[in-house]
Every structure is written in C-alpha cells, then in structure tokens.
Design a protein around this ligand. Structure first.
Ligand code: ADP
Ligand code: TRP
Length: 333
C-alpha cells in the first residue's frame, strides 16, 4: 500500500488557481487511487512563521478545511487534520534537526532569497528571519516522513523541500539502517504553461493581486470577472479564441459543447461584455453547489472541529508507530 500526503498552508480564501491546480487534482488522485492511503493536512504551524493575527489565523484554518470538504474530499476515506493537532510531528522535527547540516538550510530557497534581498538592500542578512522560517524545510520533512509517505503531490516551487526531506531520510537510513525512514518522492502538479491565468493574464496568484476567490458572492464574482483586461477591439470584430484569456478561463469550466459554441461566437465577433457574462455563467454554475456547502460549513465550525479532531486521531495512530520506530533505532529507548 502506498501513502500519498500533501500539506496546504492556510493563507486566506483559496483562488481558482489553487483549486484547479492543487485541491481538485489531489482529491481526484485520492478518489481514483486503489491500494493507497491519502493524507491531507492543514499546515497551520508553518503559517506561524509569518501570520501574527490569531483571529485571521483561525478563520483561515477553517476556510481551507471547508474548501477541501466543499470540493468533495471524502474525510472518511482520507485522513484530514490540522498539523498543530499532531504533536508527534514536532518531536520528529527535533530528531530530524539533529541530523540536518545547517549548511543545507542555508541553501534552502526561501531563506536564501530573503537573505539575498537583505544584502541587496544593504541590510543585516538575517533581518526579518525567524528560526521558524530558517528550519521550515525540517518541519516539512517531519510532516512527510512521519507517515512513511511515498508520494507528495506539490507545485514545483516545493520541489526543493521534498528533496531535502528525502536527503534527511537517506542520511538517517545510512546511520541507523535501511527502513528507519521511507524516502519520499515528489509528484509535480504544475507543468510549464498549464497554470490558471488571473485578471491581468499573468499566472493567477495572491501576490499579483489578480486572483478570483473561489467563494466570492455571485455579485462580487461578476464584478471581478468584469475587471478582466481586454483589448479595445469593436464587438463585431472577429476574435481569436486561442488568444484570449477570457476563453482560457472559460475552457476550465465549460462543457465541450459550450466551448465549441463559444469559439464560434468569438470567430463571428463577440463583445467583450458578452464574453465576460458567458464566463461568469459557467464559473458561477460550477461553483454554486460547492459554495452553498462551503457557506454551510463555515456556519458550523464545531462540525469542522469534529472532522479535524477525528482526522488527527487517525493520523496519530500512524504517527506514533513511526515515531516509536525511529526513536528506538536512534536512542535505544
Ligand atoms: P499563490 O501563488 O496565490 O500564493 P500558492 O503558492 O499558495 O498560491 O499555491 C498553492 C497551490 O496552488 C500550489 O501548490 C500551486 O500548485 C497551486 N496554484 C497556485 N496558483 C496557481 C495557478 N495560477 N494555476 C494553477 N495552480 C496554481
Ligand atoms: N510548504 C508547503 C507550501 O507552502 C506546505 C506544506 C507543509 C507541505 N508541509 C508539507 C506540502 C508537506 C507537502 C508536504 O505549499
């Protein structure tokens, strides 16, 4: 039996890129895999490296939990929990820290980039760097190694983190014997150009301020879609459907028949206002039912607590076994 695991940082309302590029593929993978244990968790303590507002922190954790469930995660079939509920992770993190050369952390991208930015600005290299940020990859390695994970679906920005987890496992296995830890493999989700575009035609991202939040109200969704950048061509000018990011987004939500019809309209000449109205219709149609479910879940936080607590309980059964094995190999106790 293989174990698939991935973690999701709670960072505000998910956008269309997050659900189409990460959440939905992970849920599909979990649903279609046989002989597989899938584990999904909310990496809330990873967010603690930067989030300083407890009210926003808590709300974001619930929001991401509700997002996964509203989009069809089967929380009975998969194990779904929040990281901070599984204290074994933090014990393993210490053990791994003792087996990780500091130099490896110096080379980790996000720390290295931050230091470089400080140096470029002629500031102290470690300005704004807390130890959580510095050892972020070791906590992530603990997240993964604790469940004898085989496969980790992630975006390509996370590739280095999985490589670090693998090299920590290798080092420990060399010292304490094969099988002390399982060496995980990344499954890269985002391949080259296949990302979801945002309002300005660049990759949809929180950091570009071009995102469409998944759970916006209908009214706000319509308003956002109306903000998509277009050229100034007249309504009856024929338009190339292969060169329009309104069409790119449309294709992600429409049926093949709808796409064929819409492409024909583009070639005849369609006003951008109509193209956006059609886009709104298909996006809204596919988000309607999950949006209702999401809103219901967000109104009933104690039900979400129950789901997460049940997930943590099941996670800890697996976690405590691995931890005992590793502790025994490394300390004799
Ligand atoms: P953001 O760029 O908005 O900060 P994150 O880096 O938090 O998003 O992304 C979380 C996950 O969502 C990543 O694993 C990535 O695979 C996926 N993702 C983010 N933006 C997109 C996008 N525009 N298209 C496809 N997938 C995306
Ligand atoms: N660092 C990941 C991100 O920012 C989230 C994460 C934490 C994760 N622990 C993980 C992903 C373990 C995969 C496996 O997206």
């Amino acid at each position: 039996m293989k174990t698939i695991l991935t973690g999701i940082k709670p960072t505000g309302m998910a956008h269309l890129g997050n659900i189409l590029g990460a959440v939905q593929p992970a849920i599909d993978l979990a649903n279609k895999s046989v002989d597989t244990q899938s584990i999904f968790f909310i990496a809330d303590y990873h967010a603690l490296t930067s989030v300083r507002d407890p009210i926003a922190f808590k709300e974001d954790v619930y929001s991401i939990a509700a997002t996964w469930i509203a989009l069809g995660l089967d929380t009975k079939k998969s194990i779904f929990y929040k990281q901070s509920d599984v204290s074994e992770i933090f014990e393993l993190q210490w053990i791994l820290s003792c087996m990780t050369p500091k130099g490896d952390m110096n080379r980790a991208h996000s720390y290295k980039d931050k230091v470089q930015k400080n140096l470029d600005n002629k500031k102290d290299p470690d300005l704004g760097v807390n130890m959580g940020l510095f050892s972020y990859p070791i906590l992530m390695a603990a997240d993964i190694l604790l469940y004898d994970t085989n496969l980790v679906p992630v975006g390509k920005d996370q590739k280095q983190h999985i490589e670090i987890a693998r090299s920590i496992a290798q080092r420990i296995n060399e010292f304490y014997g094969e099988g002390t830890l399982i060496e995980p493999q990344e499954v890269l989700q985002e391949s080259g150009a296949s990302y979801v575009v945002g309002l300005d035609g660049r990759k949809m991202s929180k950091s570009y301020d071009n995102a469409i939040g998944v759970w916006e109200t209908e009214k706000r969704l319509k308003k956002l879609i109306n903000k998509i950048k277009t050229d100034s061509s007249e309504p009856d000018t024929p338009k190339n459907p292969d060169d329009s990011f309104i069409m790119d987004l449309y294709k992600l939500f429409a049926t093949p028949e709808q796409i064929a019809q819409e492409e024909a309209l583009y070639r005849e000449g369609i006003g951008w206002g109509y193209a956006k109205a059609h886009l709104f219709d298909v996006v809204n149609e596919s988000l309607k039912a999950p949006r209702e479910k999401y809103n219901e879940l967000m109104q009933n936080k104690s039900a979400l607590d129950e789901v997460l607590e049940d997930g943590a309980k099941r996670a800890r059964v697996v976690a405590s076994k691995t931890l005992s094995r590793v502790r025994n190999k490394m300390t004799g106790f």
